[in-house]
Design a protein around this ligand. Structure first.
Ligand SMILES: [Mn+2]
Length: 506
């Protein structure tokens, strides 16, 4: 059988042969050759890299350590009332409940590349050349269930394809956990993300029913591991994930390029009179057509004064002539997020005040990017402080009167300059904002100015909100802007809007 795939760069169609339906639970080289290079386990990331990640992690842990990581639960948009009772029968449940498109837990995926739900991995540190023993727990084959939901990878294929020492049915996981908990003095594990604060406080709460019964069982076993042995896994993985390998850098560059081109095409598509949601839909359509699996976040499409709301996602107003449109949108591609903001005139031409304020933010943004390399010895906090003083200087040159008191940080620029990005949009939770940047970090640089209509600010800037956000790979000696495909200079933005840069809207 033949399948076709739209190539991002050339827009030409290439045909490959493959067998349908696939017998695996996720795209693999054998079933989806159009997505893979030789040696890739997931598109763009070689099998050897997953092995290296596990080895580096296990080497960094003390002797007598084990790591447990669990797949993400399936999340539901709506469940029928019957489904609570039907948990007794998982086949019935899967027919009644409306699920969201599945996304694997980031840490589990980073360690395994395995993309099925109802799975877990155990890594036990040992003295073998590999440095650890790996056991994958998964559903394996279940023809009755697979007839409805699609194939699952068999345990024997999982063992050979994912470089696993042993693959066991997920139903064995509970008993294995129990024996592990007495064997190792350090057990690195995080409770699954479905473990909502309400169900933690009240285990008998009805919320428990919204995750699978099997999951509730893991939770009780995990909670039984004494707290002196239990260590959080996320901080250990965060320090590895913060430095991107060459393969990861390439995938992130591809993700940012897809998003950047979608920004350019959305600029061209925009006309006064359209709804904000039409622009959001257009952006997502272009990204999906380019191979993106999902948006990395709900897009912000804020016209006019809506841009003063930082996380404006209602996207339900009409865009008027003469307004600026702030679009903060990015796709997820092959496991990695992208995050880009552009602000542009709905009519394709900046007014004078819009141009002045835009230039002020752009000047500061470009200056900040030059500092994003290891040699600058700056932390995210240092960069943020520097961006505040640059913005203050720029704004005072165009008619603001900002002293050192808090108007800039409190009112005009209320958010942080930057966050690390990778498999997750915000890889910030365990990222130290006080430590200096390292080569291989990928961070956003996103200064913004949002001017409320109050008398202390020049009237012609009232209700303008401008943010310019790029993704930057920090090198040893220089930065690389991964999102350079999104027009940013005033001439380029006006050119993209007016169709002068060669970007078609579709
Ligand atoms: Mn961002």
């Amino acid at each position: 059988m033949f399948i076709t795939h739209l190539r991002v760069t050339t827009r030409s169609y290439t045909t490959y042969t493959s067998t349908k339906p696939s017998k695996y639970g996720q795209p693999l080289l054998a079933s989806h050759p159009h997505l893979f290079k030789q040696n890739d386990l997931t598109p763009g990331i070689p099998s050897g890299e997953y092995k290296r990640r596990r080895k580096t992690l296990m080497n960094s842990l003390p002797d007598n350590s084990a790591v447990i990581s669990i797949a993400a639960p399936v999340k539901y948009m709506s469940s029928s009332v019957l489904s609570i009772a039907s948990h007794l029968n998982t086949n019935t449940q899967s027919l009644l409940d409306i699920f969201y498109k599945y996304r694997q837990a980031s840490d589990f995926w980073y360690l395994t590349g395995f993309e099925e739900s109802d799975a877990a991995v155990v890594l036990e540190k040992d003295s073998s050349p590999q440095g650890y023993k790996m056991t994958l727990f998964a559903s394996g084959k279940d023809p009755a269930k697979e007839k409805w939901d699609g194939a699952r990878t068999s345990l024997s294929s999982a063992k050979s394809l994912f470089g696993v020492d042993s693959a066991l049915p997920i139903t064995d996981f509970r008993s294995q956990l129990k024996s592990l908990s007495s064997m190792y003095s350090n057990i690195y594990v995080d409770l699954p993300p479905s473990h909502s604060s309400s169900s933690r406080r009240n285990p008998k709460s009805i919320f428990k029913y919204f995750s699978s019964p099997a999951r509730a069982e893991y939770d009780s076993v995990l909670e039984s591991i004494s707290s002196s042995r239990r260590q959080p896994l996320a901080p250990e993985l965060a320090s590895l994930r913060a430095v991107k390998s060459e393969a990861e850098q390439k995938v992130m560059h591809a993700a940012a390029t897809i998003s950047g081109r979608a920004h350019a095409k959305t600029m061209r598509f925009t006309r006064p009179g359209m709804t904000e949601s039409a622009l959001a839909a257009h952006f997502e359509y272009i990204c999906a057509l380019s191979g993106s699996q999902r948006p990395a976040y709900v897009p912000v499409v804020a016209s006019g004064a809506n841009a003063l709301i930082i996380h404006y996602t209602a996207n339900n107003h009409l865009i008027e002539d003469g307004e600026l449109v702030l679009v903060d949108a990015g796709c997820e591609y092959n496991g990695y997020a992208s995050d880009i903001t552009r602000t542009y005139p709905s009519s394709g031409i900046f007014s004078e005040p819009q141009k002045d304020l835009y230039t002020a933010v752009l000047t500061a943004q470009k200056q900040m990017i030059t500092l994003c390399h290891e040699g600058s010895s700056m932390s995210l906090y240092d960069l943020h402080r520097e961006s505040s003083s640059l913005l203050r200087r720029e704004l005072n040159q165009i008619g603001f009167n900002l002293g050192m008191e808090g108007d800039l940080e409190r009112v005009l620029y209320p958010h942080f300059l930057s966050h690390p990005i990778g498999i997750d949009l915000h890889e910030s939770t365990n990222f130290d904002r006080t430590s200096t940047l390292k080569a291989g970090n990928v961070i956003t640089v996103e200064p913004g100015i949002y001017v409320p209509p109050t008398a202390n600010f020049p009237k012609h800037y009232h209700n303008l909100g401008i943010r310019i956000e790029d993704e930057v790979l920090t090198g040893k000696h220089h930065p690389t802007v991964l999102s350079a495909s999104a027009p940013k200079e005033i001439a380029d933005i006006e050119g993209a809007c007016q169709g002068l840069l060669g970007f078609e809207p579709y």
